[in-house]
Design a protein around this ligand. Structure first.
Ligand SMILES: [Fe+2]
Length: 461
């Protein structure tokens, strides 16, 4: 018997209750609230032959990029596979995607979800998982175009339209189409003020355009809508970036300590990523962060040798190197080298092309070998998208390279790199400060003072 969800997508299960429960859980996942995976697992205890329920749980777990969830992901995939005979084409497409993911072929997984979308453009789960995977894998163009391929099939009458606007807004922003990104993002937030992903897409536009005051207002005026969501830590990180650019270090540390340093024993990776990403930027600015690195390194250490995702590994490395934790540094390096020798999954390319050179550069930076940092990062900076994440997150590579060039006294190179940043974002005080340091190093005091004046006037306004 064929059933369907609220968007008319075929569901093979004959009972309506678990389908409605799945839609409710999916809505929570889309808006980053509650515990949708746990809720669906509970539903599956009552309806263990609900194949789309297993696809939802396993599909959501693909996005965690953590070994601790691996067993659950495989268990639900195997349950779905055992039910494949009674599943429909759409559900079999989801099963194929998750099997590819579990096998380490992340790109094949996304292709399988995309094949589902060609037949079923209103399959919001396939779109969400493919889109989030595009972000994890750094497939910038598809962050926009995968949504574009289905976009005309959607309008306000289709449930979940606002989330599709949010995906599209983020994809447009990562492809530097800021005006259209902001328009779609704001439209999504108007439809649903609690849509954290769309709030986030607009925050990215403001970050990339150096609209610090506007970004602070955008986030602060909506705090009640996002601060209790499961996406809150990353959104706090975004808010802190605006303050960082303005040199408001006290506020940055306040945000970090109040919102990115929870005592949650679950060791939620995304929180640790954001905390690390913020503390490393403060390190580049030579800010003393006290014992925060030590506390963070304690949280990273249990997963030091995961090698599941290069993006995680480089953040673990920042933490261990900053805390001078030699054993953990060795553990990450050795695990990565072993992994590169043995594995052939999609993360190998990410690790080889960007992950390992960046990890080595991080260690070199903390050991004061700034020339080595430059030599390691200069050749890879324009391939850094293979690490996954957003332009805003990967900016940490370009900034580390520039700071190392300044400290290595390679001032002409530093000026070239600083020029690149000020041309892209002339309203960034940090960019003008970096430019000024390069100019001062070259002995051009007058030009350095002009650059400092630029930084000063932006801060004052
Ligand atoms: Fe972000």
């Amino acid at each position: 018997m064929t059933n369907s969800d609220s968007r008319g997508m075929p569901v093979s299960y004959p009972r309506n209750d678990p389908i409605r429960a799945l839609e409710a859980a999916h809505e929570k996942a889309l808006s980053f609230v509650g515990a949708p995976v746990d809720e669906m697992v509970a539903v599956l205890e009552e309806y263990p032959d609900f194949v789309m329920g297993h696809c939802f749980v396993a599909g959501m777990l693909t996005q965690a990029m953590e070994t601790r969830i691996y067993g659950d992901m495989v268990r639900h995939l195997e349950a779905a596979e055992a039910l494949a005979g009674q599943a429909n084409d759409r559900e079999r497409g989801h099963i194929k995607a998750i099997r590819a993911w579990v096998s380490g072929d992340f790109h094949a997984a996304v292709e399988a979800w995309d094949a589902v979308l060609v037949e079923y453009p209103l399959d919001l789960l396939a779109l969400q998982l493919a889109h989030l995977s595009d972000v994890l894998l750094g497939d910038t163009v598809n962050q926009r175009d995968r949504v574009a391929r289905v976009f005309p099939a959607w309008d306000e009458n289709v449930p979940g339209y606002g989330y599709v606007l949010g995906f599209y807004a983020f994809g447009l922003e990562e492809n530097r189409d800021y005006s259209q990104a902001e328009e779609y993002g704001r439209r999504a937030v108007a439809l649903n003020p609690k849509d954290g992903y769309s709030i986030h897409a607009v925050a990215h536009v403001m970050e990339m355009q150096g609209r610090q005051a506007g970004g602070i207002w955008w986030m602060n005026s909506r705090e009640k809508d996002w601060a209790t969501s499961n996406f809150a830590n990353h959104l706090w990180w975004h808010l802190s970036l605006y303050h960082l650019d303005l040199g408001q270090v006290d506020r940055v540390l306040e945000i970090h300590d109040s919102n990115l340093r929870s005592a949650d024993p679950s060791h939620e990776k995304y929180e640790e990523l954001d905390s690390t990403a913020l503390l490393w930027r403060l390190k580049l600015m030579d800010v003393d962060v006290g014992d925060r690195w030590r506390q963070l390194a304690d949280r990273w250490e249990p997963s030091a040798a995961d090698t599941l995702y290069a993006f995680n590994d480089v953040h673990a490395m920042m933490t261990f190197a900053a805390d001078n934790r030699r054993g953990a540094i060795e553990a990450v390096m050795n695990a990565n080298e072993r992994y590169l020798d043995d594995a052939n999954d999609a993360n190998v390319a990410m690790t080889r092309i960007v992950g390992m050179p960046f990890s080595r550069a991080i260690v070199a930076f903390c050991e004061g070998r700034y020339g080595d940092v430059v030599d390691l990062l200069l050749p890879i900076r324009y391939r850094s998208q293979y690490l996954g994440g957003s332009h805003a997150q990967r900016d940490i590579i370009a900034w580390t390279l520039l700071e190392a060039a300044l400290r290595a006294r390679r001032y002409k190179l530093a000026l070239a790199l600083a020029n690149e940043r000020t041309q892209l974002k002339p309203s960034s005080p940090q960019n003008w400060n970096l430019t000024a340091r390069a100019l001062r190093g070259m002995g051009d005091v007058a030009a350095a003072e002009r650059a400092e004046a630029c930084a000063h006037s932006i801060r004052r306004n």
